[in-house]
Design a binder for this molecule. Structure first.
Ligand SMILES: NC(=O)c1ccc[n+]([C@@H]2O[C@H](COP(=O)([O-])OP(=O)(O)OC[C@H]3O[C@@H](n4cnc5c(N)ncnc54)[C@H](OP(=O)(O)O)[C@@H]3O)[C@@H](O)[C@H]2O)c1
Length: 334
């Protein structure tokens, strides 16, 4: 799915990948930001990651990047053969060993505990719980969860949408992350904290005119991340709603709105953002919507140093019409 999923408003909001002329280049690439973290909890860099929907596309690229960066990584997919093939491909590309031990599941590795695969459909809570248990036995407690698995509905107006397909998209894109959060976050909290990354989209921040299930699902998952942030921040939970731009994958290549597209967002930009999150460099932005076509880790670190993050920044909000709107921006939620 594109960052600007169907509909002129979102499409217009999407920009091509940044260039050397981009003002973000001025932000500098200084040391890690002193996060404006008022929870009093320091969350160490992530060591064990779980990435869902990692058999191909963005998820696979993220697994490779995280392994290259030295994390132990679990790759979750819904088909055993595709999971095995993806684990083998990561091992071949990175030289990483498969995880071993009681919980090692896909692939009989004998090397260092680095990468493992687990089979679960994210829409099935029992399968998700079992997969998380296997990962934690094999690699240790998950301290970085990447909710990446996602699907999109037909690019038609809502009144033409197939009801079963519509709900199925919600099941994968909303119930799936809920299941993963439900299975992983309690352990994170017990261990003093952790980070959750949701693959959001421009469709999570903008109105779109078709693929209404995708639009609603990405909005919902963005809200779920902010909800988790509010509930868990003081206990070390950090959440990030990351929009990856428009990366060439099976999903985007199949989309009508991207027919003939020649400019794609480099997947490396997403990997760099998630690595910065994993290292804790962007904790000041917990609860926020980040967009790799406009944000870079360097820009976000600089903006955090300048005190830009806040409870009302990069969040889903209803926009008032102006100063005289009786429902101002600062109206309480209740
Ligand atoms: N590509 C973009 O430009 C873009 C833009 C905005 C947002 N996103 C979001 O980024 C995420 C990844 O997108 P992508 O482009 O990499 O998509 P993709 O190429 O279609 O890959 C989707 C992945 O999700 C897995 N998956 C789907 N349903 C699943 C389920 N029920 N349980 C477990 N795994 C499941 C697929 O597994 P199988 O191999 O078994 O099918 C596959 O590995 C999605 O959430 C998408 O909405 C992508």
């Amino acid at each position: 799915m594109s960052d600007g999923a169907g509909g002129a408003a979102a499409e217009g909001a999407d920009s091509p990948a940044h260039t050397d002329a981009d003002p973000r280049a001025d932000a500098g690439d200084g040391p890690s930001v002193d996060a404006t973290d008022d929870s009093g909890v320091t969350v160490p860099p992530a060591r064990v990651a779980l990435v869902t929907g990692a058999t191909r596309g963005l998820g696979f690229a993220l697994v490779r990047g995280l392994v290259d960066a030295g994390l132990r990584v679990a790759l979750l997919g819904r088909d055993a053969d595709r999971v095995d093939a993806a684990v083998a491909a990561v091992r071949a590309a990175t030289g990483a060993g498969a995880a071993t031990g009681a919980g090692a599941v896909r692939g009989a590795g004998t090397d260092a505990d680095v990468v493992t695969g687990v089979v679960a459909d994210v829409t099935d809570l029992a399968q998700v719980r079992d997969a998380v248990r296997q990962v934690e036995e094999s690699l240790g407690g998950v301290d970085l969860l990447v909710n990446n698995a996602g699907v999109i509905d037909a690019e038609v107006p809502l009144w033409e949408a197939d009801p079963d397909e519509w709900w199925s998209v919600m099941e994968t894109n909303v119930r799936g992350p809920f299941h993963l959060d439900r299975a992983v976050v309690p352990g994170m909290l017990r261990r003093g904290g952790g980070r959750v990354v949701d693959l959001s989209s421009g469709a999570g921040s903008h109105d779109t005119s078709d693929a209404s299930a995708y639009n609603a699902s990405k909005t919902a998952v963005t809200r779920l991340g902010a909800n988790l942030h509010l509930a868990g921040f003081d206990r070390g939970l950090r959440t990030f709603e990351v929009s990856p731009g428009t990366v060439r994958t099976d999903m985007t290549e199949a989309m009508v709105m991207h027919a003939g597209r020649t400019q794609w967002t480099p997947v490396e930009d997403l990997v760099a953002m998630v690595l910065a999150i994993a290292r804790g460099e962007l904790d000041a932005w917990s609860g926020s919507f980040l967009r790799v076509t406009h944000d870079t880790p360097a820009l976000l670190r600089a903006a955090a140093r300048a005190g830009r993050p806040g409870d009302d920044v990069r969040r889903l909000r209803v926009t008032p019409w102006g100063e005289d709107d009786p429902m101002p921006r600062g109206i309480p939620a209740r």
